[in-house]
Design a protein around this ligand. Structure first.
Ligand code: IFM
Length: 443
C-alpha cells in the first residue's frame, strides 16, 4: 500500500470494542444464574463443534477487572457488552437475582472508573430456557417479559449506562435459531421464524419504551446484522434476484423500523404467518430510535445461478466470509438514501483468522490489521457522503465462543489461551489502540 496521509475522524468519534455475555462470561452456574437456551443447545450432542459450551468461555465474569485494565491500556472510549437475561431473572420472569445485578454494577463501575463508557446490549441471544418452554419468542407474552427485564436494568444501571441496545441481530435470532436450526433453540420452521422476527421487533419497541420511562436521558437503539446483496452481473434478472433477497433480509428489519411496514416482498413471503402482526404493532416498531447499530461482516453475491461462494480475486476469512470493505460503504450510503436514519454506530465489524502465538510470545495478525484498516476506510468514505456515523466497535475485544463453531474461530483484538485464560494483546490490538488514541487512521 502506498503511503497516504492519515484520515482524521471527527472529534468525539467513539472508538470501542464489543463482546457478548454467553460468548465471554463463563460462570454459567455462578451466583444464581439461570439456564439459557444457549446452555441447553450447546450441551446437546452434535450442536456445537467439539461439543464446546460457554460454561467457562473467557471467564470474563471473574476476570472483568483485568480485562477492563486491558481496555484502558488499549485506550478504548467505550465497551459494548451484553447482559445475560438469565443472570438477572433466572426464569425470564418473576424473581430477580440480585447477585447477577451486582455483577453488572461492578463491571459498569470498573469501566467508568477508567473513563470507558458502557454500551449495554439487553439481548444477545441467551433467552432464559424457562421462556423457551412457553414458546420462546413465538409467545407474544415474552415481549412483555423482555420489557420488564429492560426496566429492571434501566433502574439499576441507568444512572451510569446511557447507551442501550435492545436486541442484537434479530435476523440471526429468527433465521439461524428458528429456520435453519444452526443456533439455539435449534428449530426449523418458517412460520416460527417469522413470528419470532416480528416479536423481536415488538420486544425491542417495548423495551425502548420501558428504558425511556425509567431513564428519559437514555439513548436506545437496536443492532442489525446487514449484508448488502449484490448481483453477480449487470443482467436485469440478476439485479432483480439480488434486490428481492436484500428486501427479504435487510429490508425485513430496516423497513418496519424506519417506515412502519414490512417490504412488499415480505408480505408475499409471509403467507398465513402475517397474522402475527397485531393492530398498533407497526407504529410501535417505527418509534424513533436514538441510534441504529450496524453490524457488517460480508456481502452476498447472487443471481440466476444462485449464490456465488467464491468471488474471483477476493480474500476470505476463517468463517468463509468474503472480505469486501467497499460493500460496507455502499450499504451505509444506500441506507442513508433509503431512510431517514438516526445516527449510526458500527456496533460490530471484524474478522476471524487462524491466529497463533509465535515463538516470540506475540500474536502477529497482519490480515486483521488490514481488515480493520480497510473497513474503517470504508466507513470514513461513507461519512464523507453524509452518513452520520458516531462510532465504531471492533468485534471482538477478546477471542471467544463463536456459537456453533465453538472456540475454533478467533475474532479478538486480544488472544485468549482457553486452558490458562492468559490474555495477549495481538498486533491488531496494538494497532487499534493507536487508531483509537489518535482518532486517526494511518496507512
Ligand atoms: O460472534 C458473533 C456475534 O455474536 C454476533 N455478530 C457476529 C459475530 C461473528 O459471527
Amino acid at each position: 500500500m502506498t503511503e497516504k496521509s492519515p484520515l482524521v475522524f471527527p472529534r468525539g468519534f467513539v472508538w470501542g470494542a464489543a463482546t457478548a455475555a454467553y460468548q465471554v462470561e463463563g460462570a454459567a452456574k455462578a451466583d444464581g444464574r439461570g439456564e439459557s437456551i444457549w446452555d441447553r443447545f450447546s450441551h446437546t450432542e452434535g450442536k456445537t463443534l467439539n461439543g464446546d459450551t460457554g460454561d467457562i468461555a473467557c471467564d470474563h465474569y471473574h476476570r472483568f477487572a483485568d480485562d477492563v485494565a486491558l481496555m484502558k491500556d488499549m485506550g478504548l472510549d467505550a465497551y459494548r457488552f451484553s447482559i445475560s437475561w438469565p443472570r438477572i431473572i433466572p426464569n425470564g420472569r418473576g424473581a430477580i437475582n440480585w447477585l447477577g445485578l451486582d455483577y453488572y454494577d461492578r463491571l459498569v463501575d470498573a469501566l467508568l472508573s477508567v473513563g470507558i463508557q458502557p454500551y449495554a446490549t439487553l439481548y444477545h441471544w441467551d433467552l432464559p430456557q424457562s421462556l423457551q418452554h412457553i414458546g420462546g419468542w413465538t409467545n407474544r407474552d415474552v415481549t412483555g417479559y423482555f420489557a420488564d427485564y429492560a426496566a429492571v436494568m434501566a433502574k439499576r444501571l441507568g444512572d451510569r449506562v446511557k447507551n442501550w441496545m435492545t436486541i442484537n441481530e434479530p435476523w440471526v435470532v429468527a433465521v439461524l435459531g428458528n429456520l435453519t436450526g444452526e443456533h439455539a433453540p435449534g428449530l426449523r420452521d418458517k412460520s416460527t421464524a417469522i413470528k419470532v422476527g416480528h416479536h423481536l421487533l415488538v420486544g425491542h419497541a417495548k423495551a425502548m419504551e420501558a428504558i425511556k420511562s425509567c431513564t428519559p436521558d437514555a439513548k436506545v437503539g437496536i443492532t442489525l446484522s446487514l449484508s448488502p446483496v449484490e448481483a453477480e452481473t449487470e443482467h436485469e434478472d440478476d439485479q432483480r434476484i439480488a434486490e428481492h433477497r436484500y428486501q427479504l433480509s435487510a429490508g425485513l428489519f430496516l423497513n418496519p423500523l424506519f417506515t412502519g411496514a414490512y417490504p412488499t416482498e415480505c408480505y408475499k413471503e409471509f403467507g398465513d404467518a402475517i397474522s402475527v402482526i397485531q393492530p398498533g404493532d407497526m407504529a410501535l416498531i417505527a418509534k424513533r430510535m436514538d441510534f441504529l447499530g450496524v453490524q457488517y461482516y460480508f456481502r452476498v453475491v447472487t443471481g440466476r445461478r444462485g449464490d456465488v461462494n467464491k468471488v474471483n480475486g477476493s480474500k476470505y476469512t476463517e468463517m468463509g466470509w468474503e472480505v469486501c470493505p467497499s460493500a460496507l460503504e455502499r450499504l451505509l450510503v444506500r441506507m442513508n438514501d433509503d431512510f431517514d436514519l438516526p445516527p449510526i454506530f458500527i456496533t460490530e465489524n471484524g474478522a476471524a483468522f487462524d491466529d497463533k502465538v509465535s515463538d516470540d510470545g506475540f500474536v502477529h495478525d497482519p490480515e486483521r490489521i488490514e481488515y480493520f484498516q480497510e473497513h474503517l476506510h470504508a466507513v470514513f468514505r461513507a461519512m464523507k457522503q453524509h452518513v452520520h456515523v458516531k462510532g465504531y466497535f471492533a468485534w471482538s475485544f477478546l477471542d471467544n465462543f463463536e456459537w456453533q463453531h465453538g472456540y475454533s474461530k478467533r475474532f479478538g483484538l486480544v488472544h485468549v489461551d482457553y486452558s490458562t485464560q492468559k490474555r495477549i494483546m495481538k498486533d491488531s490490538g496494538k494497532w487499534y489502540s493507536r487508531v483509537a488514541r489518535r482518532g486517526e487512521l494511518e496507512f
